[in-house]
Design a protein around this ligand. Structure first.
Ligand SMILES: *Cc1c(COP(=O)(O)O)cnc(C)c1O
Length: 380
């Protein structure tokens, strides 16, 4: 048989091997991975059912319970970015017709509304101007009005730099027989968080922000209350890949193949979590707080001001007001191309009004603050 098809190929192309500039990533994520995390990720892969690899998965689970301060047995990494873990919480908690109340105080609240709607929820939302947070009294009033099955809040709203206090919210949810779902993508590893003490039933995060790893392996957890709702549901979870019951058979004692884990990302995540444990979680949180206070003080010293009230500012992400007459995009572009520093611009209500500066994980260091502020002063 003769093959009459000719190959359209790139053989002999002049494409060079990968070479990218070394940037300091001080935007809303990703942050730079710690050197030992990069090293871990370049280790040769094991099989996804290799006993050594399964042992690493167990360690990841224990370390995730530690950084989240939870005892939930169902605490795993989702193979995907933070949005996949976000979708996993929605897919497993929401049954069609459930009333889901979402606190929207920025971009990621809107994303929760969109996702919950796609899974058939009867979505209700309460809103705040971007940069503000909900009080417990406001949440109680909304619970009384809407009587939701699930309350979804964003702990660290990366689009605004605001930290939603969660003390007392879990008790409120129990009073109304409701599950509490929390986005901890920009808080895990950098902002004090006590999932069990706060009564959080479902939470998710990512690897590339406060934990200082590459994107792609994302923390996910469910309480026994949330698992009970999952077991009682009459309909199947609409998303096969993110079905917690199926994932639990791979992460739990059964070790049933579900999907091929992104082995090298799990290596990186384990190393990133190990570094947090080595430093100590309380020390890690304190380091983020110290460095962000140094950032605020240094920015104020060159005449810039912060968007969020000090009490509710995140240690991981700061929104800095763009002075009148300054082209925010042009400044960010110059920082990137001339100083190799990435920062973020404003989204939604804050587009053009703020820059977003992240000090997350390995990047939360005083020398990075000094480098950024010196560059800022030069380009302004
Ligand atoms: C980054 C982020 C996400 C989405 O995570 P990806 O890893 O980009 O998919 C969700 N919520 C918040 C608050 C975030 O900051």
């Amino acid at each position: 048989m003769t093959n009459t098809l000719s190959i359209r190929d790139l053989q002999g192309s002049q494409l060079a091997p990968l070479a990218v500039p070394h940037r300091l990533l001080l935007g809303p994520g990703p942050s730079n991975a710690h050197p030992t995390v990069l090293q871990a990720m370049s280790t040769a892969p094991l099989g996804h059912l290799d006993p050594v690899f399964l042992g690493l998965m167990d360690e990841i689970q224990s370390l995730l319970r530690y950084v989240w301060q939870t005892d939930h047995p169902m605490t795993i990494a989702i193979s995907g970015t933070g949005s996949a873990a976000m979708e996993a919480t929605i897919a497993n908690a929401v049954e069609p017709g459930d009333v889901v109340l979402v606190g929207v105080m920025g971009y990621f609240g809107h994303r929760l509304v969109d996702m919950a709607g796609r899974y058939g929820a009867d979505v209700r939302s309460i809103t705040k101007p971007w940069g503000q947070v909900f009080s417990l009294a406001e949440l109680r009033a909304a619970m009384e009005q809407h009587r939701p099955r699930i309350l979804a809040l964003v702990h660290a709203e990366t689009s605004t730099g605001a930290r939603q206090p969660l003390e007392g919210v879990g008790d409120l949810c129990r009073e109304f027989d409701c599950l509490l779902l929390v986005d901890t993508v920009t808080s895990l590893g950098g902002v004090p968080i006590f999932l069990d003490e706060w009564g959080v039933d479902l939470a998710y995060s990512c690897s590339q922000k406060g934990l200082g790893c590459s994107p792609g392996a994302s923390p996910f957890t469910m309480s026994d209350r949330a698992l009970a709702k999952l077991r009682d549901r009459p309909s199947k979870v609409a998303n096969w890949y993110l079905d917690a019951e199926l994932l639990g058979k791979y992460w739990g004692s059964e070790r049933v193949y579900h999907h091929t884990a992104p082995i090298n990302l799990y290596y990186g995540l384990r190393e990133a979590l190990r570094l947090v444990a080595e430093e100590g979680l309380a020390n890690c949180w304190q380091r983020h707080q110290n460095n962000v206070e140094f950032l605020w003080q240094s920015l104020e010293a060159i005449g810039l001001s912060m968007h969020v009230d000090r009490e509710f500012r995140l240690p991981t992400l700061t929104t800095v007001r763009v002075p009148d007459g300054v082209d925010a995009k042009a400044i960010a572009r110059t920082l990137l191309l001339e100083h190799n520093i990435e920062i973020g611009g404003g989204l939604g209500e804050l587009a053009g009004k703020v820059w977003r500066v992240g000090l997350m994980g390995y990047n939360s260091r005083s020398e990075n603050v000094e480098r950024l502020v010196a560059a800022f002063q030069q380009v302004l």
